[in-house]
Each structure stands twice: as structure tokens, then as C-alpha cells.
Write a protein that binds this ligand. Structure first.
Ligand code: NAP
Length: 320
């Protein structure tokens, strides 16, 4: 099978932890180049700027953006304008209007734009969606808690406007929720806790509603020490569904599916599925851009009440 040349833009934590191994092992793509300010990947051609890559390597047809959301749009637009297919890390942009612009441009140009949601590819998610399809959902409780110092070491951008703060991980929960619920859901209110030295929240409580009395709550915390606590419990007329370990383990009455993390908490098996999906979309000449998770975050910011809390300090952050 011929491998499709791909380039990665932004070689940071998620590129190294997940994208590089998924590309190397997936059998669909070949990492032909990187765009990196910090040197890129050993033995792979690196460009200091995306423009330089687009000009020098017309044969690289797919660009995968692993940069922070605040700088994603400009690069993605340039890549589409240069006729390249584009894959976006989550969240697909710093704002909804950016993403709509990219969606329209990809459509005009007949290019594939894939706004990825890696958590939707966790082991338990497809089963959860299938189980819920004929149930009446009554309530949802999300707890999404992790230690930002462990999962986002040294990342200044996450505390700057557009970096989402605690909603950077929480949007993963929202991506799962919007994938598995058989009905729509919308935000009704939020309390957003902002450290006095940060532009984004470190914790939040969000409430939601849906049709026929459906209610949901999300308790989000970025200062949770120990293994991450990424769980969702959904009460239905057929009993309780729980997704734990970020969607890796599904439990419904009488059944439990998924191996879980064992002693290594994190993301397992999701990124190979993203690259398989990208290969499928390319072959089919399609795009996939679902902005519902980002809409829920935007609405939490729009409806949320701001509360100031203690400053955030982290020795890995030079600029705090
Ligand atoms: P990161 O470690 O900070 O890496 C981002 C990389 O983007 C940087 O290392 C840098 O790479 C490049 N970059 C370009 N412009 C930048 C700028 N203005 N500020 C900072 N970096 C810039 O972040 P990450 O954790 O990989 O997250 C990147 C994206 O992946 C985010 O949207 C995040 O939500 C998503 N994600 C992260 C995780 C996770 O566990 N960390 C999991 C899933 C998804 P170069 O030095 O190569 O230029």
C-alpha cells in the first residue's frame, strides 16, 4: 500500500506522545516533514515556517496541526489555500467563527478538513452510543478532573485567552457526550473559577438541559492530584450507563466492556483510529467538522458567572 505523505505542524507533547507513534505504526501515512520552532523530529526534514514547507514540498498533501488553538487558524487556512488536506487537533480552533471559515474554505476547494475529537475514539464510546440509542436519557453527571501540572507541563498558552484552561480537557467530555446522546443538549449556566493571574478558568461547574426534562452537570477541576478522574454517568429509563477512564471503560446493567488503562493512565488507541479515519475521509473525498463540543464550551463562557480564585503557580511555567 502506498503511504500518503503528511507533515506535522507543532511538535509538542501531543505530537510526540500520540501523533508520531500513530503515524509510524498506522500504515497509511509517512511523516515527510515537520514545521517546528524547536527542531522537529530526528531524521525528518524540518521547516521553521509553514509557508516554507508549503512552497518547498508541494507533494505533501496532508498537514496535521498539533499547535495550540490560538495559532491554529492562520496555518490551517494557509494550508487549505495551498491545496492541502488538513487535520486539526482538538479544539479545532480558538473560536467557532474560525472553524466555520475553514469548513467553508475546505468545501469550496474540495479538500478534506478533519476536526478530530480523539476521545470519541476511546474504547467504550461506540458501545455507549449504541446502548443509549433506544433509551430515554434522564440525567447526566460528568466529573472531569486532572492535574494540569502533570498533563500540561510548561504550557503557557493554556492560561492565555483562547487556551480554554480547564475546558481544554473538559471539551473531551463534551465531545463524548455529543457523540453518544440520542438527543441534543445545551448549556444553561456555569460558574467559572479564574485564578487571579490567568485568563482562563482552572475549575468550573456547568449545567445543561435537553428535551423532556433531561438535565446534566459537569464538575471540572484542573488541580486534581493523582490519576485523572474522567467519568460520565448517564441515568436512563433502562438503567445507569457509566463511562470511566476517559471513555475507555463502559458499564451498563449486566455488562462491562473495555480493558481500561491498567497502571498507565492516559489515552490509549485513540490516535491510530484518528489517522485511520483521516485516511478514510481522504479516500471518500469527505470532510468531518463537528463543532458541537466547542459550542458547549463557548456557551459556558457566554453564560458563565466569573469567580476569582487564588493565583495559579507552577514551577514549570516560566511566565507565571
Ligand atoms: P504543547 O506541548 O504546548 O505543544 C504545542 C506545540 O505547538 C509547541 O511545542 C510548539 O511546537 C508549537 N507552537 C507553535 N506556536 C506556538 C505558540 N504560540 N505557543 C506554544 N506552542 C506553539 O501542547 P500540546 O499538549 O501538545 O497541545 C497541543 C494541542 O493538542 C492542543 O490543542 C491540545 O488541546 C491538544 N491535545 C493535548 C493533549 C495533552 O495531553 N497534552 C491531549 C490531546 C490533545 P514547536 O516547538 O515544534 O514549534
Amino acid at each position: 500500500m502506498t503511504l500518503t505523505d503528511i507533515a506535522i505542524v507543532g511538535v509538542g507533547k501531543i505530537a510526540r506522545d500520540q501523533h508520531l507513534p500513530a503515524i509510524a505504526e498506522g500504515g497509511q501515512f509517512r511523516l515527510a516533514a515537520t514545521v517546528s520552532r524547536s527542531g522537529g523530529v530526528e531524521r525528518v526534514e524540518n521547516f521553521d515556517t509553514l509557508d516554507a514547507l508549503l512552497e518547498a514540498r508541494p507533494g505533501i498533501g496532508v498537514i496535521s496541526f498539533c499547535t495550540p488553538p490560538q495559532v491554529r487558524y492562520e496555518g490551517a487556512r494557509a494550508a487549505l489555500e495551498a491545496g492541502r488536506h488538513v487535520m486539526l487537533e482538538k479544539p479545532p480552533g480558538a473560536s467557532l467563527s474560525e472553524v466555520e471559515d475553514l469548513r467553508a474554505l475546505a468545501g469550496e476547494k474540495g479538500l478534506t478538513l478533519y476536526a478530530t475529537w480523539h476521545s470519541r475514539h476511546a474504547d467504550g464510546v461506540a458501545g455507549a452510543r449504541a446502548w443509549l440509542a433506544d433509551k430515554r436519557v434522564q440525567s447526566v453527571r460528568i466529573d472531569w478532573k486532572e492535574d494540569v501540572r502533570v498533563w500540561h507541563p510548561g504550557q503557557v498558552w493554556i492560561w492565555e485567552a483562547g487556551g480554554l484552561g480547564v475546558f481544554d480537557p473538559a471539551i473531551n467530555a463534551f465531545s463524548i457526550l455529543t457523540e453518544i446522546l440520542p438527543v441534543p443538549i445545551h448549556v444553561t449556566g456555569a460558574e467559572l473559577r479564574f485564578p487571579s493571574n490567568c485568563e482562563t478558568p482552572i475549575a468550573a461547574d456547568v449545567s445543561f438541559a435537553g428535551p423532556h426534562g433531561l438535565t446534566a452537570t459537569a464538575d471540572l477541576d484542573f488541580l486534581y492530584e493523582g490519576d485523572p478522574f474522567w467519568t460520565m454517568a448517564i441515568e436512563t429509563d433502562g438503567g445507569m450507563l457509566t463511562l470511566t477512564q476517559g471513555g475507555a471503560v463502559l458499564e451498563v446493567p449486566g455488562d462491562r466492556q473495555g480493558e481500561g488503562w491498567g497502571d498507565q493512565p492516559g489515552i490509549h488507541g485513540e490516535y491510530p483510529r484518528l489517522y485511520s479515519e483521516m485516511a478514510r475521509l481522504l479516500a471518500a473525498g469527505q470532510s468531518e467538522v463537528d463543532t458541537r463540543p466547542l459550542t458547549l464550551v463557548a456557551d459556558a463562557f457566554m453564560l458563565g458567572r466569573r469567580v476569582d480564585v487564588a493565583p495559579f503557580t507552577d514551577p514549570t511555567l516560566k511566565e507565571t
